[in-house]
Design a protein around this ligand. Structure first.
Ligand code: SF4
Ligand code: SF4
Length: 438
């Protein structure tokens, strides 16, 4: 099914093939799992196991090394073979624990726990979220608990839940919102409690009528006296990032009487529900797998650490020569070239492109057409910013533009010279965060 994306600022349109699938269940368990020690921004976890050790399903195998580091658990029972460095879905290289599947399952196929979190304190809930290695995947992947603590510190926090995808071509968050709305509600209620949120704002996109409603009884049972709001945003791109959400948030609370915000997506809400209600660490992710070079598009529940080559095999393999594999969306995603790249806590989609849908191209010089400027939703000059980064000119204006960039990818999509502007700006932003540029 062909879908259209209209850009927010220039109203330019692009089309993509939408995945026409429902969740098809668990993917096969990988015989070899490659579990990265770093699955978010920040610092890697420190391994607690050594080659040759047997690990249980769900066992803590690496401990978060600092406040910007989440614990890692073994997604399968097995034997640690070694640690090695492999490509990661964000294009970086990272260390993984190589685990060969063997032994009995402690979680899979067992009766699920149903803990009642309503009697748990804020501190107990954050303790569980930390223990289970929960991260937030709203925009950039970050450990969730430090975000909760930071929002609480600023006072009167509001929880904002996006019920659609940051990059519409991913489709994972939208599909989860449709299929697991009651779990997402309860996950949001758990975070609202940990946060002591004054209000919870659910934001959905593009539907004529709000299919995401909540009865007064459920609202009172889950959220007590917290204010619950639903808001619709226009289906234009971008509409799901922090910058756009700050506008929605401002419009929802025009009296300005609220304080800080914590933004979450359906993936995060479901992880929280599983951690707190089912006492389960993060062991898998729901992933949409599509593209013209793939035999059978699918929406699968895939164990963390599964090589993407195994996921493609589960979908019947390639039906045409793959030109490119894109992780996490055609607009904001990253190309990966190695089938051993593992699924991580921040993986949401795989697009397997053929030569026709994604012809190979070379990057050319800027022809000064101005399309990137017209389409940029935050009105910066993407090419000028990139040119300054390349020349090492970090003027206050360039630094401000780098910080203002929303990494939406609109500039790259429209650029006839195929200049990867948002990747260059986003790379400069992470280097700035590490203090490399002053
Ligand atoms: S410069 Fe940044 S915000 Fe502007 S279009 Fe490019 S990626 Fe989007
Ligand atoms: S869209 Fe590409 S070619 Fe056109 S001005 Fe921007 S960088 Fe240059």
């Amino acid at each position: 099914m062909t879908q259209t994306i209209q850009f927010r600022k220039s109203r330019e349109m692009i089309t993509y093939e939408a995945l026409n699938a429902v969740i098809t269940g668990n993917a096969f368990l990988p015989s070899i799992s490659l579990v990265p020690l770093l699955q978010h921004r920040g610092s890697p976890a420190n391994p607690l196991v050594a080659p040759g050790e047997q690990v249980r399903e769900g066992q803590l195998i690496a401990r978060g090394s600092s406040s910007d580091s989440a614990h890692i658990h073994s997604p399968i029972p097995g034997i640690i073979q070694k640690f090695k460095t492999v490509p990661q879905p964000d294009g970086s290289m990272g260390v993984v624990a190589v685990i060969r599947l063997s032994g009995a399952f402690d979680i899979l196929g067992k009766k699920q726990e149903q803990n009642n979190w309503r009697y748990s304190s804020e501190r107990e809930i954050t303790g569980i979220l930390e223990d289970k290695g929960v991260i937030c995947t709203f925009e950039h992947p970050d450990p969730l608990v430090p975000l909760i603590r930071a929002a609480k510190k600023k006072g009167r926090p509001v929880l904002v839940v996006r019920l659609f995808d940051l990059d519409p071509t991913c489709q994972t968050d939208s599909m989860l919102a449709e299929q697991y709305f009651s779990i997402i509600l309860e996950g949001a209620a758990i975070i609202a409690r940990a946060l002591d949120a004054s209000a919870v704002l659910f934001v959905y996109s593009g539907k004529e009528k709000n299919q995401f409603t909540i009865s007064a009884d459920i609202s009172s049972e889950l959220f007590h006296k917290r204010k619950i709001l639903f808001r619709r945003v226009e289906a234009r791109y971008p509409s799901g990032n922090t910058g756009c959400f700050n506008e929605i948030y401002g419009a929802a609370f025009p009296d300005g009487k609220t304080g800080s915000t914590l933004f979450i997506d359906p993936v995060t809400a479901i992880s929280v529900w599983e951690a707190v209600v089912q006492n389960k660490p993060i062991l898998y992710r729901y992933i949409s797998v599509s593209g013209h070079a793939l035999k059978k598009p699918a929406f699968l529940k895939v164990r963390i650490g599964t090589p993407i080559g195994d996921v493609i095999e589960e979908c019947g393999g390639f039906k045409a020569d793959p030109a490119r594999i894109i992780v996490n969306g055609l607009l904001t995603g990253t190309s990966v070239y190695d089938l051993d790249t593992p699924v991580t806590k921040y993986t949401k989609s795989l697009h397997i492109m053929d030569n026709e849908s994604c012809p190979s191209y070379s990057v050319n010089n800027c022809i000064h057409c101005g399309r990137c400027v017209q389409v940029c939703p935050v009105s910066i000059d993407p090419y000028k910013t990139v040119a300054n980064i390349r020349k090492g000119i970090f003027s206050p204006k360039t630094i401000s533009d780098i910080r203002t960039c929303q990494n939406c990818g609109c500039c790259v999509i429209v650029c006839p010279s195929r200049i990867p502007m948002h990747h260059i700006i986003s790379e400069a932003e992470s280097r700035m965060q590490k203090g490399e540029y002053k």
